[in-house]
Design a binder for this molecule. Sequence first.
Ligand code: NAD
Length: 503
Amino acid sequence: MSTPTNCQQWQHLAETIITEGRIRTEAFIEGEYRTAVSGERFDCISPIDGRILCRVASCDVADANIAVSSARAAFNSGVWSELPPVKRKQIMLRFADLLEANSDELALLETLDMGKPIRYSCTVDVKGAASALRWSGEAIDKIYDEIAPTAHNEIGMITREPVGVVAAIVPWNFPILMACWKLGPALATGNSVVLKPSEKSPLTAIRMAQIAIKAGIPSGVLNVLPGLGDKVGKALALHMDVDTLVFTGSTKVAKQLMIYAGESNMKRIWLEAGGKSPNIVFNDAPDLQKAAEAAAAAIAFNQGEVCTAGSRLLVEAEVKDELLRLIIKEMEFWQPGHPLDPATTCGAVVDKQQLDTVLSYIRAGVAEGAELVIGGDQIMAESGGMYIEPTIFSNVNNKMVIAKEEIFGPVLSVITFDGMDEAISIANDSIYGLAAGVWTANLSKAHKMAKALRSGMVWINHYDGGDMTAPFGGYKQSGNGRDKSLHAFDKYTEIKATWIALD
Ligand code: NAD
């Protein structure tokens, strides 16, 4: 079937896969779908209209034990871990191709499951996921190990080996994309993986496991365990035979995972966590219209459910009114609509709990005395779905709750500053350090800002740029380690030094 081109066609496809029971809902262990050992299931509810899409296997410690044993056996057998890199590359490329070949179905599952607009599920999420697998696959047969600069009667070899069994715990905001940012380097370097998707968005990960097998990833190398964080997630984090835990999610859970690692086998632990990123516009910004477009997208794209959302807009006093006027105009483009309509740019937030959280932050902003400029309300409630207006607060100061805490919704806090020193001081006054934007025509100022900002990514005269070649991750309580780029491979490999004495 050709790709649907309008809302009715997407809805028709959705009805077909839902009513015909074609959505896979089980765990995937050792190359096959299985119900949870307990037989438990949880409701998978669509935020588009509140309907129950299906009931998904709710895994726990028993399933985690089986999946980790399966991953360990596959790893030890060498069927994947000892495959020549060039062969792993070929399979990774096929895996990427098959994701793209199944793009309509995967994009539809993503949108139904977590409410993002179908246009982005196709063009950002599935495409980006395939690109992550492809990039890591392409890289793996081009990376060399090292020889140390020793004396002539010695050889020091520095080699990288896969860590073994990797548990990957991922969030719901970019379900397939975050999974593939982990799977790409984890699989390319020869590890076996147990992937735990969020209970709020498990469907694409479950389906993807079957596609991996079709691509040639051997049984047991990729297992998927849907279930609750404090059950199966906790079981993986405490497991004595998981070598490395990679995580993307909230700072709160990230801290808990560090405790679990310490309480169990001191597994290596890599955390990509939350953010409250400053987007800083100086009086000398080269193009205020471009800055306004970027500022609106930085808070409304993906319903504001983006770790790098530019949720604190720092603007120099002289251009504040003009910039705000332009952003308010831009927000017309970001008004929520039906996520299956290809024209929609802003969909539903992931669930009722998240909707309530965002609304409670908006109430807190009003109570603290910030000026509510636009938005602030739930809309389209009659659909049964979770929609919220893009919201802007002005006259915010950096001590307010809406400036300090990650809201993870389309709520922008506008803060004014005077001069570079104050901009740096406000921007860095956060427990987070994920990303920052800087808008200035002054090259020297741009470089000074980039150096002074305590964040893993700095964007000059745009926002949210990057591709697979650049590392992604944060300073401070935004986490450690990096996804994407060759730096991500560090998380999935151990370094071995072999010292040889020659006669
Ligand atoms: P979350 O921390 O609530 O959940 C993330 C994952 O952890 C889910 O799979 C969940 O089931 C699991 N989990 C929850 N409790 C657990 C426990 N006790 N033990 C083990 N696993 C547990 O985060 P979320 O709400 O799914 O995602 C939103 C967060 O993710 C935001 O803070 C956002 O900034 C962050 N995020 C960060 C990045 C990044 O690269 N830095 C990217 C995307 C999202």
